[in-house]
Design a protein around this ligand. Structure first.
Ligand code: NAD
Ligand code: GLY
Length: 358
């Protein structure tokens, strides 16, 4: 990719930039968005050896420190958020300090949550290094941590000050993590854009080969889509819930398997197939569309069948989903490719049926 791409997230009076390009970690532009005298970098122990020195170099003489968390979903805990808050205290961070999230969605969600709560909210900048974080989690201000009882049950809406996506960092991303990010890219086509879904089908080989142009197009499309949804519904009072297509099933699978066994993107891939399959069983969508979804996800090397799990245990976890109202399941289903919908009061037996025999 040659030139960088700029996208604005506009939230009424507030706005922040997303910049996409190769080499942005070393660029002074993200550093220029920091306002105060302190910065705390939060990263993990796989990303730190690869990219932390460059981020520290870019910070130059600004007073800063770094917290390096263990890599992976199991690190997304309240204890680790407390570690970040303690580090802010040691740094003497005042309200003009910033947290810099360098890594995937785990680091971004946790660092953002710490930034949301330190002195009731300070700036944070997202420097995403996984495809999943680039196309989804770094944008939109959902921050938080997991509890044993469920994913992302503790959190806050807190928008980043800026998102700088250095696409060159994808060169070191393991294949399994890369594919997990593609699941969230597929989601944007599945929920709202049949033409983009068809583009993904036509460009699956290029994306599997990490072709720069195809990747730039996929990342930019995803960020534009997410920025648009967040601009229209920042607090998930309506449309934003559509971004959770496959997630109620996926979150239940992640928690039930033990965090980290299934990658988040893998759980979402399986969850989208379950949601599509349930939609056609309920007579809401054509079964051929489930087949197309399943085929595309499989071409990206993603799992499409749930691991063995007790349907009632999964259903119990799905009941803790934040979208539910008065204890009734409220799911994101679809009418077919490009046309997701919020369905209140989904029948337990139908859900149990799809979980028992997808
Ligand atoms: P992750 O943060 O665990 O990163 C995946 C792995 O890749 C980690 O081991 C990490 O160390 C490694 N890694 C990261 N960048 C690398 C690079 N460039 N080179 C080599 N290794 C690298 O996982 P993820 O898939 O990025 O994020 C998943 C999390 O995001 C979940 O907790 C999910 O709930 C959350 N999420 C949040 C939102 C949101 O809107 N806030 C949206 C989607 C997902
Ligand atoms: N990933 C879902 C959302 O940001 O709303």
């Amino acid at each position: 990719m040659s030139a960088s791409i700029d996208i604005d997230v506009a939230l009424g009076e507030r706005r922040y930039p997303i910049r996409i390009g190769a080499g942005l970690l070393d660029d002074g532009a993200w550093r220029a968005t920091l306002r105060g005298r302190h910065a705390l970098v939060v990263t993990d122990d796989r990303v730190a050896p690869l990219y932390l020195a460059r981020v520290r170099d870019a910070l130059g003489t600004l007073a800063h420190d770094a917290v390096v968390l263990p890599a992976g979903e199991s690190a997304k805990t309240l204890d680790n958020a407390a570690r970040v808050l303690d580090a802010l205290a040691r740094l003497g961070a005042s309200r003009d300090a910033a947290v810099v999230a360098l890594g995937g969605g785990v680091v971004g969600d946790l660092a953002g949550f710490a930034a949301a709560t330190w002195m009731r909210g300070i700036d944070f900048v997202q420097l995403p290094t996984t495809l999943l974080a680039m196309v989804d989690s770094s944008v939109g201000g959902k921050t938080g941590v997991n509890l044993a009882a469920g994913k992302n049950l503790v959190g806050a809406f807190h928008q980043p000050r800026a998102v700088f996506i250095d696409t060159a960092t994808l060169a070191t991303l393991p294949q399994r993590e890369y594919a997990a990010g593609l699941a969230e890219v597929v989601k944007y086509g599945a929920i709202g854009d049949a033409a983009f879904f068809a583009w993904l089908e036509a460009n699956a080989d290029a994306l599997n080969a990490r072709d720069e142009d195809a990747l730039a197009e996929a990342i930019a499309f995803s960020c534009r889509c997410k920025a648009g949804v967040v601009a229209r519904d920042e607090r998930e009072e309506g449309e934003r819930a559509l971004l959770n297509f496959g997630h109620t099933f996926g979150h239940a699978l992640e928690a039930e398997q033990g965090y980290g066994a299934l990658l988040h993107g893998e759980a979402v891939a399986i969850g989208m197939v379950l949601a599509a399959s349930l939609s056609s069983r309920l007579g809401r969508a054509p079964a051929e569309d489930t087949e197309r979804l399943l085929h595309l996800l499989s071409r990206f090397g993603l799992p499409v069948e749930p691991p063995r799990a007790e349907p009632d245990a999964l259903l119990a976890r799905m009941r803790l989903d934040k979208k539910n109202v008065s204890g009734r399941l409220r799911l994101i289903l679809w009418r077919g490719i490009g046309n997701a919908e919020i369905v209140p009061d989904v029948d337990d037996a139908a859900v149990r049926g799809v979980l028992a025999a997808p």
